[in-house]
Design a protein around this ligand. Structure first.
Ligand code: PGA
Length: 253
């Protein structure tokens, strides 16, 4: 089987405060990614900075990512940004269903629509899943399974291979409470087993899986080597070019 290409995505969230800082950060990330080496590297600035950041990374191998997308194609939807517009700005990926958006009321149904419209516009969806907390009885596995099954309702075997699934346990995001490498490995096996039940083993093995939640330079190597996902979705640490570089390096090894 062909090995899946590793991927590291920096989710800047609602940072930094100014365009100048965003451009500086983009330049610093791009400087380290001039050649097409693995892992693939991508950054997700806030919407207003997409164009400027896109220009700064244009001569590098870094890809542009949007942090969200509208369920609708075009029209009277104040404040929304469409998949076609994002594609037109040069985005290759879009984060969908991040827990911070789910916490603001985003539903599984909206996530399904966003995934479909992203695929239609040739954006690779990075779909975030993950439990709020862990219980001793392992019910969080059922929760993660239900999130994957909700996705599978609308995505066939060909399409699912074009999607990136980011496992981000909510208790680990921005808290410093990283999942252990064993937790990540266990979840990697579990997600593959659910995808196998729903599709097939061959299909399941082709879906790119990322881990996200307090990934830092000092834990990335262990999480990557023992967790055996294809890379990371990085929040806080992606705002410091040096930290982001160190995480990328951990995935290279
Ligand atoms: P964090 O965020 O790395 O700051 O925990 C990860 C994410 O929310 O994507």
């Amino acid at each position: 089987m062909k090995r899946k290409t590793p991927l590291v995505v920096g989710n800047w969230k609602m940072n930094p405060a100014t365009l100048l800082e965003a451009e500086k950060l983009a330049v610093a990330v791009a400087k380290n990614q001039k050649k097409a080496t693995e892992p693939l590297v991508a950054i997700a600035p806030p919407f207003p900075f997409l164009t400027a950041v896109g220009k700064k990374i244009a001569t590098s191998t870094v890809s542009l990512v949007a942090q969200d997308v509208s369920t609708e194609p075009l029209g009277a939807f104040t404040g929304e940004v469409s998949a076609a517009q994002l594609r037109n700005l040069g985005c290759s990926y879009v984060i969908i269903g991040h827990s911070e958006r789910r916490a603001m009321g985003e539903t599984d149904e909206q996530i399904q629509k966003k995934v479909l419209i992203a695929l239609k516009n040739k954006l690779t969806p990075i779909v975030c899943i993950g439990e709020r907390e862990r219980d001793a009885h392992g019910n969080f596995f059922n929760f993660v399974e239900s999130q994957i099954r909700s996705l599978a309702k609308i995505i066939g075997p060909t399409e699912i291979k074009k999607i990136v699934i980011a496992y981000e346990p909510i208790w680990a995001i921005g808290t410093g409470n990283t999942a252990t490498a064993q937790d990540v490995k266990e979840m990697q096996l579990f997600i593959v087993s659910v995808l196998t039940k729903v599709y097939s083993r061959a299909t399941a093995e082709k879906v790119c899986l990322l881990y996200g939640g307090s990934v830092k330079p000092n834990n990335a190597l262990e999480l990557h080597q023992q967790g055996e996902m294809q890379g990371f979705l990085v929040g806080g640490a992606s705002l410091k070019a040096e930290d982001f570089k160190a995480i990328i390096k951990a995935v290279q090894q």
